[in-house]
Design a protein around this ligand. Structure first.
Ligand code: RB5
Length: 152
């Protein structure tokens, strides 16, 4: 995540359940086309799977440092963000528009963007990804609040 306005060179993990896989794959293609390195944690088909497994896979990847940022997709973005947020290394924000995505970075230092494939169109989702990954955390008073999220 940078404020340089570019996706090139960023490492971004992506994961989705069956409801989100088509959008996840489209967003991953966009990221690669923009020069980002994508770590695809699945799922890879439309066979029914359980979103907690993919939220947990994202959390493990973030906690292990495989990627500094991630994009999750399920039907609504809700279940998979709840799952990812069970890991203290994750601050996943379910966003429905670019204002959500910008403020999730500026104020919350969110490191995972969660999107709903059944609720957000592909162009809005792609805009959210771009804004999320190119907006910096503001720090300052927000750092104190983010520290409290981590129990510090
Ligand atoms: C799967 O049908 C759906 O429940 C899941 O993708 C998600 O929307 C849950 O929050």
């Amino acid at each position: 995540m940078t404020d340089s306005g570019t996706l090139a060179g960023q490492v971004v993990a992506v994961a989705a359940d069956h409801a989100g896989v088509t959008l996840k794959d489209a967003l991953a293609d966009d990221l690669r086309a923009a020069g980002a390195e994508v770590v695809d944690l699945g799922t890879r088909g439309t066979e029914s799977v359980d979103y907690p497994d993919y939220g947990a896979a994202m959390a493990e990847a973030i906690a292990a440092g495989r990627a500094p940022a991630g994009v999750l997709v399920c039907g609504t973005g809700i279940g998979i963000s709840i799952a990812a947020n069970r890991n203290p290394a994750v601050r996943a924000a379910r966003c429905a528009n670019t204002t959500d995505a910008r403020l999730a970075r500026q104020h919350n230092d969110a490191n995972v963007l969660a999107l709903g494939a059944r609720t957000t169109g592909v162009e809005v989702a792609a805009d959210c990804v771009r804004v999320f990954l190119t907006t910096a955390f503001e720090g300052g008073r927000h750092q104190r609040r983010v520290d409290k999220l981590a129990g510090r």
